[in-house]
Design a protein around this ligand. Structure first.
Ligand SMILES: Cc1cc2nc3c(=O)[nH]c(=O)nc-3n(C[C@H](O)[C@H](O)[C@H](O)COP(=O)(O)OP(=O)(O)OC[C@H]3O[C@@H](n4cnc5c(N)ncnc54)[C@H](O)[C@@H]3O)c2cc1C
Ligand code: SF4
Length: 833
C-alpha cells in the first residue's frame, strides 16, 4: 500500500501549493487552466469555487513573495476567470510558436496523419535523388549499446492516457478488437494496405487506460495480464498493431505501447514489483476463465524454441496443468540460484546491469539476438526467471530438435504426449546477387546474431566480428533497419576496442611482432581500423572537454556511412508500412536510405573482398555504391528444417513455405485455411500424428502468425486451448499426484541433454582434445557433423576488464562413444578467444 499510494497521489495531484513548491512550471500552468475552466461554471460553495479561491490565494502569495503585493484577484469574480483563460490561451499559442519552447505535453497537438509522409525526409544530394536522409536538426547522437530509447516521461504517458477516449464503454475499442469490414469477417485495411486487426492478443487496452488514469497501475497491469501475461515481451518499440487500429485514424493515434510499458515498469519498480507481476501471471482475480493454475496432470509437452511463441505457450500450458520441457538450439545462460530460490524485493538489485554489460542470456529467440537495444532486454531476463521458477518447467539450451532430439526420441524414448514447434523463421531468402558469398557479404540476420550472441559490442568481449565502412544493407524490412543502425553503432566500438588491445599487445610484444602475423591485405585493414580508432578517441576527448556528447555518426558518415538500398520506394517498403517509427529512428542515427535500387553484383577487390555493389536503377540505368560490408536482409520464411533432415514426417504447404496447417475435428486431422489477418478457423496442428500424438506449430513457424512478437504470442494464446482439449480428461482429473512422472522424465533428460566436460587432453602445444559427455548429442552424431563449443558468460571470469569467454566454435566430432555418451572435439588454439 505504501508503495502504491505515491502513484495514486501523483495521478491525483492538482494542488497548486505543491506545484509552486516544486517549481514545476508545466504542472502549475495545467492547474491554473483547469481551475479557470472549472471556475467558469462554478456554483457558489462548490469545490470548483474553493479551488479557484485557493488558486487566487496562491497567486497573491506568489506575487507578494516576488515583491509585487497588492494585485487584485477578487475571489468571487469568476467572470475574471474567463478573461484570464482567454489571456492564457493567447499566451500559450504564442509560446507554442517559439522555437525554444519548453517541452510541455500540452504544447504538443495531435498532427493530422498523412500516410504518404509519415517520415520527415530530405534528399541531401542533387546528383543522387534516390538517396534519402533525415533532417539535420533531428539527428540523435548514439554511443554504443546502452538502451537507446529512454521512453516517455510519466507526464507524457499521462497525457497519452488523457488523449484516449476510453472506447470500451461504447464497445468501440478498435485498438483491441480491430476495425471489421462491413458485412464481412475480415478487417479493414489502412491506406498503406495493412489490415487493422488491433492487438492480436486482444489486450484490454481501453480498460487499462481507465485504471491508469486514476493512477491505479496495479489494476491496470492486472487488466493487461488477463490477455497478455507475458507483457514484458511486448510494448514500446516492439509492437504497434493496437496503435494502427486506434479510433483516431486521421490524426496521431494514442501511443498505447508507451502506456503499456509504463504501467508494467511502474509496478515492477515498486517494492516486490517483480513478485506482484509474477503472481498476476499465475493468479489473476480478473481472469474469470481460470484464476489460478491447475495441479500437475502428468501430461508432458516438449516445446521447441524459446522465442516469444515458445515462452508464451510454455506459460499457458503450465497454467493448464501440463509439464513443459523447453529446448532451444542456442546456449541459454544459467540463472543465479538466489533469484530462483527467494523473492525479489527491488528489481534493480536483481537485473540492474546496463544493456552493454548485461549477460546475453540466449532466452527469447529473436527478441534476444535480433531486436536491438532500442528495447530493454532486461524484460527477457524477467520472463526467463518467471518461467524458471515454475516447478513443472525445465529448459535445456544447446539442444537442437532434429539433431540432438528427434521426433521419435521425443515421443518414443522420452514419452512426451505432445510436441509444439516454435522454431521461428530461420530460413533467409537468397537473392540473385552475383558473388553473394565473397568476403564482406553476409546475411543481415547473421550479422545481428553474431553481434549480439558473441557479445562483440561489449567492451570486455574477446569476440572478433569484423565490419568495415562504407556499409550497404540490402532490403526494406525491419531487419534491414536494425542491421543498419547496429552496423553504424558497432563500427566505432570495434575500432576503439581494437586500438586499446593493439596498444596493450605492442606494450608486451612490440608493434613489429603484431604486424608480422598479418598478410598484406590484413595489414591494410588493420592500419585503417587503428587510424579510425584514434579518430574515435579524439572525438571522445573533444566531447569530454566541451561537456558534449561524442558525435560518432559524423565520423561514420565521413568513412562512407551506412546506406539501406531497397528496390522500391521507401513508402512501399515493409518497414515504412509496418512500423514507420523505426525508419524515423534509423534516420535520426544518420542512416541513409536509397530507393529504387535492385542489386546485381557484389564487386570484389584484388584480394577477393567486396568493395562495391552494382545496382540497376528503377527507371533505367545502373549505379554502383562503394561497400566494404554488405548485409542482405531479403526476408525469411518459416523454419521447416526438421522436415528436410528427416523427410516425410510433415506435409509442407509450398504456397506459404511452411508446414501445412490442420485442425482436429472428431479425432481427425482436417486441412485448415490460412488468412493474413488472423480471421477464419486457424489450424494449429501439422500433418504428423503417431499413436494418437500430435505436433502443433506456432509463431513465425506458422504462416498465419509469422512476422512479429505479439503475433507469435497470440499464436500461443489462441493455440494452447486446442492442445488442452486433446487432454481434457487428464487435465480435469489432475490432483498433483503425478509428480513422480515429472521427476523421472527430468532426471533422464538432465542426464541425456546437459553436456559436461569429461576430460581435457593437450595433444600438442596448440592442439587440445576436449572430451564431452553428452549422451543425446553422441547418439545423434553423423560423420561430418559440427558441434558448437562455447562457455557460459555468467561463469566466465573477468580479468583486467576482459571477460574470458569464447565465441561459439564450430568443431567436428573426432570420435564418438555412443554407449558411454562421449564425444571428442579437437580444438586448435588460434586467435584471441
Ligand atoms: C532483426 C529483427 C528485428 C525484429 N524486430 C521486431 C520488432 O521490433 N517487433 C516485432 O514484433 N517483431 C520483430 N521482429 C520479428 C520477431 O522477432 C519475430 O516475429 C518473433 O521473434 C517470432 O517469435 P517466435 O517465437 O516464433 O520465433 P523466434 O523468436 O525466432 O524463436 C525461435 C527459437 O527457436 C530456436 N530454434 C530454432 N530451430 C530450433 C531447433 N531445431 N531446435 C531447437 N530450437 C530451435 C531458435 O534458437 C529461437 O530461439 C524482428 C525480427 C528480426 C530478425
Ligand atoms: S486507444 Fe484509441 S481506440 Fe483504444 S480506447 Fe483509446 S482512443 Fe479508443
Amino acid at each position: 500500500d505504501a508503495e502504491v499510494r505515491p502513484l495514486l497521489a501523483a495521478a491525483a495531484c492538482r494542488d497548486p501549493r505543491a506545484s509552486f513548491a516544486r517549481d514545476d512550471a508545466e504542472l502549475l500552468v495545467a492547474i491554473v487552466i483547469e481551475t479557470l475552466l472549472e471556475a467558469e461554471s462554478a456554483q457558489p460553495g462548490s469545490p470548483q469555487l474553493l479551488a479557484w479561491h485557493d488558486l487566487c490565494g496562491a497567486l497573491h502569495r506568489g506575487l507578494a513573495d516576488a515583491g509585487l503585493p497588492g494585485a487584485k484577484y477578487a475571489g468571487e469574480d469568476v467572470g475574471l476567470a474567463r478573461k484570464l483563460l482567454d489571456l492564457f490561451d493567447r499566451w500559450l499559442y504564442a509560446l507554442s510558436l517559439q522555437e525554444e519552447r519548453p517541452d510541455w505535453v500540452f504544447l504538443r497537438l495531435p498532427r493530422p496523419l498523412d500516410f504518404q509522409q509519415l517520415v520527415p525526409l530530405r534528399r541531401p544530394r542533387a546528383d543522387r535523388p534516390e538517396i534519402l536522409a533525415g533532417h539535420e536538426e533531428h539527428q540523435r547522437r548514439r554511443d554504443g549499446f546502452r538502451l537507446t530509447d529512454p521512453r516517455m516521461s510519466a507526464r507524457e504517458v499521462r497525457s497519452e492516457i488523457d488523449y484516449c477516449i476510453y472506447c470500451h464503454e461504447r464497445e468501440k475499442d478498435s485498438c483491441a478488437k480491430g476495425f471489421a469490414e462491413k458485412d464481412s469477417p475480415r478487417y479493414r485495411k489502412n491506406p498503406l494496405g495493412t489490415p487493422l486487426t488491433g492487438c492480436p492478443l486482444e489486450e484490454r487496452i481501453s480498460e487499462m487506460h481507465t485504471a491508469a488514469r486514476e493512477g491505479d497501475f496495479l489494476s491496470a497491469l492486472a487488466l493487461v495480464c488477463i490477455d497478455n501475461p507475458m507483457a514484458p515481451g511486448t510494448g514500446h518499440r516492439i509492437c504497434n498493431d493496437c496503435m494502427k487500429a486506434c479510433v483516431y485514424q486521421k490524426q496521431d493515434p494514442v501511443n498505447i505501447p508507451q502506456i503499456e510499458t509504463r504501467v508494467l515498469s511502474d509496478v515492477l519498480r515498486i517494492r516486490w514489483g517483480f513478485e506482484i507481476w509474477s503472481l498476476l501471471t499465475r493468479w489473476n482475480p480478473l481472469r474469470f476463465e481460470r484464476q489460478h493454475p491447475r495441479p500437475y496432470s502428468g501430461v508432458n509437452v516438449l516445446v521447441v524454441g524459446m522465442g516469444p511463441a515458445g515462452y508464451t505457450l510454455a506459460h499457458h500450458l503450465l497454467n493448464e496443468g501440463f509439464g513443459v520441457v523447453g529446448i532451444d538450439g542456442l546456449k541459454i545462460e544459467p540463472i543465479a540460484e538466489h533469484l530462483i530460490a527467494g523473492p525479489i524485493e527491488r528489481i534493480d538489485d536483481a537485473f540492474g546491469a546496463a544493456l552493454d554489460e548485461r549477460v546475453t542470456s540466449g532466452f527469447g529467440g529473436v527478441s534476444e539476438y535480433g531486436i536491438t537495444v532500442r528495447w530493454d532486454k532486461t524484460f527477457l531476463d524477467i520472463l526467463h526467471l518467471n518461467l524458471a521458477r515454475r516447478t513443472h518447467f525445465r529448459l535445456y539450451g544447446g539442444t537442437r530438435f532434429g539433431g540432438t532430439v528427434t521426433l521419435e526420441d521425443a515421443f518414443d524414448r522420452y514419452g512426451f504426449h505432445h510436441i509444439a514447434l516454435a522454431a521461428g523463421a530461420g530460413k533467409p531468402t537468397v537473392i540473385g546477387l552475383k558473388n553473394n558469398l565473397i568476403r564482406g557479404v553476409r546475411k543481415a540476420s547473421d550479422f545481428l546474431m553474431a553481434l549480439q550472441l558473441t557479445g562483440a559490442f561489449k567492451k570486455g568481449s574477446l569476440a572478433s566480428l569484423q565490419v568495415r565502412l562504407p556499409a550497404v544493407v540490402i532490403g526494406g524490412g525491419l531487419t534491414a533497419i536494425d542491421a543498419a543502425t547496429e552496423l553504424a553503432a558497432y563500427y566505432p566500438i570495434q575500432v576503439e576496442k581494437l586500438l586499446d588491445r593493439h596498444e596493450k599487445l605492442c606494450e608486451s610484444a612490440g608493434e613489429e611482432m603484431v604486424f608480422s602475423v598479418l598478410d598484406p591485405e590484413e595489414r591494410h585493414i588493420y592500419a585503417e581500423a587503428l587510424e579510425h580508432g584514434r579518430e574515435v578517441r579524439r572525438e571522445r576527448e573533444r566531447a569530454a572537454a566541451a561537456n558534449d556528447e561524442p558525435d560518432f555518426a559524423r565520423l561514420v558518415k565521413a568513412w562512407g556511412g551506412v546506406t539501406i538500398a531497397y528496390r522500391k520506394t521507401l513508402n512501399d517498403s515493409p518497414a515504412y508500412r509496418l512500423n514507420h517509427e523505426e525508419v524515423i529512428k534509423a534516420l535520426e542515427e544518420g542512416i541513409a536510405f536509397a530507393e529504387g535500387l535492385s542489386p546485381v553484383e557484389a564487386v570484389p577487390d584484388s584480394h577477393g573482398g567486396v568493395e562495391a555493389v552494382k545496382f540497376t536503377l528503377r527507371g533505367g540505368g545502373e549505379v554502383t555504391l562503394p561497400a566494404r560490408t554488405v548485409c542482405v536482409a531479403a526476408g525469411t520464411s518459416p523454419n521447416t528444417t526438421v522436415e528436410k533432415e528427416a523427410p516425410d514426417r510433415f506435409e509442407v504447404d509450398p504456397g506459404h513455405s511452411a508446414f501445412r496447417s490442420f485442425r482436429i475435428e472428431n479425432g481427425k486431422l482436417v486441412p485448415a485455411e490460412v488468412t493474413d489477418d488472423l480471421t477464419g478457423a486457424i489450424g494449429f496442428f501439422t500433418s504428423h500424428s503417431s499413436g494418437g500424438r500430435y505436433v502443433s506449430f506456432f509463431g513465425d513457424n506458422h504462416p498465419a502468425y509469422a512476422g512479429s512478437v505479439v503475433k507469435a504470442m497470440a499464436s500461443a494464446k489462441d493455440g494452447y486451448p486446442h492442445i488442452a482439449r486433446l487432454f481434457a480428461h487428464q487435465l480435469e482429473r489432475a490432483d498433483g499426484s503425478a509428480q513422480p512422472v515429472w521427476a523421472a522424465l527430468t532426471a533422464r533428460l538432465d542426464g541425456d541433454l546437459r553436456a559436461r566436460v569429461h576430460e581435457i587432453k593437450r595433444l600438442t602445444p596448440t592442439i587440445v582434445e576436449v572430451i564431452v559427455r553428452a549422451p543425446a548429442a553422441a547418439r545423434g552424431f553423423q560423420p561430418g557433423q559440427f558441434y558448437r563449443l562455447q562457455d557460459f558468460e555468467t561463469l566466465a571470469p573477468e580479468v583486467e576488464g576482459t571477460r574470458l569467454q569464447m565465441e561459439g566454435l564450430a568443431l567436428t566430432g573426432a570420435w564418438v562413444d555412443r554407449e558411454r555418451g562421449l564425444l571428442s572435439l579437437i580444438v586448435l588454439e588460434m586467435g584471441s578467444s
